[in-house]
Design a protein. Structure first.
Lengths: 214, 109
């Protein structure tokens, strides 16, 4: 799974050089921030020299979803203060998807940390290679950013397969995303997460009332 | 063109905001973990979260435009490959290649 981050990193590195930054900014971005989808946005922001306040707000809005991840990410199984600090730093979408999957139920501290570190290295390595190769690729080659879409497609399919008896959940998520896109196009991601969480809560509470009545 | 101090500040700010969002809620939300509602949410959230992120990536897709064929074809290839072989690397590489080829040739603008 972690290897999927290599083509994504390559695409990111190429994008960095295509937007006019030095190749090593691809390494710096990926090593220090390590939030894939936000970094794709950040390249566009800094290329346009957006105000730092805008950068901070975008980071906040795009990554606010990680607050939800802390509810189920198995940080309690990671031992040691430094290890916990790194584990939270490297709590990416991919790390969350893998650490909360069916097969990860019994993973010890070490296994979770290695997984996060490997994915971090794949990501930085891919981005650095992409940054170095980027200048060789003609500007007419476009569309590499689809690597991010492909990554989320794969993560979604795997997560749905893990709980194949529970189809209403992905359907509710899709509906939340569509409603958010129509009603709050400027804040689609945040709106979709709030709607989805509210829909799940409603479903949970109505199911509980029903069992109580029965 | 962004200068180096600006880029360093942008990276520092982004890193701080991102890490804070990932680390601080653990301390604040820890007492909630035992609740049955949170457990209900946490088992169901992963699949939904990924679906939302995927939809977010496709938010600017205009289904009425011919250009939309490139991402739609690439999406179909990614899903098809993944259902067939279950190999994440293959699915991502296959889908991205289809998109790059279509976007750089037939639908170049």
């Amino acid at each position: 799974m972690g290897l999927g981050l290599v083509p994504l990193g390559l695409a990111f590195g190429v994008l960095v050089t295509q937007s006019g930054l030095a190749w090593w900014w691809a390494s710096a971005f990926t090593a220090l921030i390590y939030a894939g989808s936000f970094e794709f946005l950040l390249v566009a922001l800094v290329a346009a020299v957006a105000p730092l306040g805008t950068v901070a707000l975008t980071a906040f809005l795009v990554n606010i979803r990680h607050v939800f991840y802390t509810l189920s990410f198995p940080l309690h199984r990671v031992r040691g203060r430094l290890a916990k600090a790194y584990s939270t730093f490297a709590l990416t979408d991919e790390a969350y998807a893998l650490a909360t999957s069916e097969q990860a139920r019994s993973w010890p501290s070490r296994r979770i940390l290695w997984l996060q570190l490997y994915m971090h290295l794949y990501w930085v390595g891919g981005a650095t290679a992409g940054g170095l190769l980027g200048s060789l690729i003609p500007d007419s080659v476009t569309g590499l950013e689809f690597a991010l879409t492909a990554l989320f497609t794969v993560l979604a399919l795997d997560a749905i397969r893990d709980r194949r008896d529970d189809l209403p959940t992905p359907v509710l998520a899709l509906l939340s995303a569509l409603v958010a896109r129509l009603l709050f196009p400027g804040q689609m991601m945040l709106a979709a997460f709030v709607l989805f969480a509210a829909a799940l809560l409603t479903r949970h509470l109505t199911a509980r009332t029903r069992t109580r009545r029965a | 063109m962004p200068d180096t101090p600006y880029l360093i500040a942008a990276v520092a700010i982004s890193a701080t905001v991102t890490w804070a969002l990932r680390a601080l809620p653990f301390a604040v939300l820890a007492p909630l973990r035992a609740s049955s509602t949170v457990q209900y949410l946490s088992t169901r959230m992963p699949a939904g979260v990924m679906v939302i992120l995927l939809a977010y990536c496709l938010r600017d897709l205009h289904l009425t435009e011919v250009r939309a064929i490139a991402p739609l074809a690439a999406l179909a290839v990614t899903i098809g490959l993944h259902l067939w072989r279950r190999n994440a690397l293959l699915s991502i590489l296959g889908g991205t290649t289809v998109h790059v080829v279509l976007a750089s040739t037939l639908f170049a603008h």
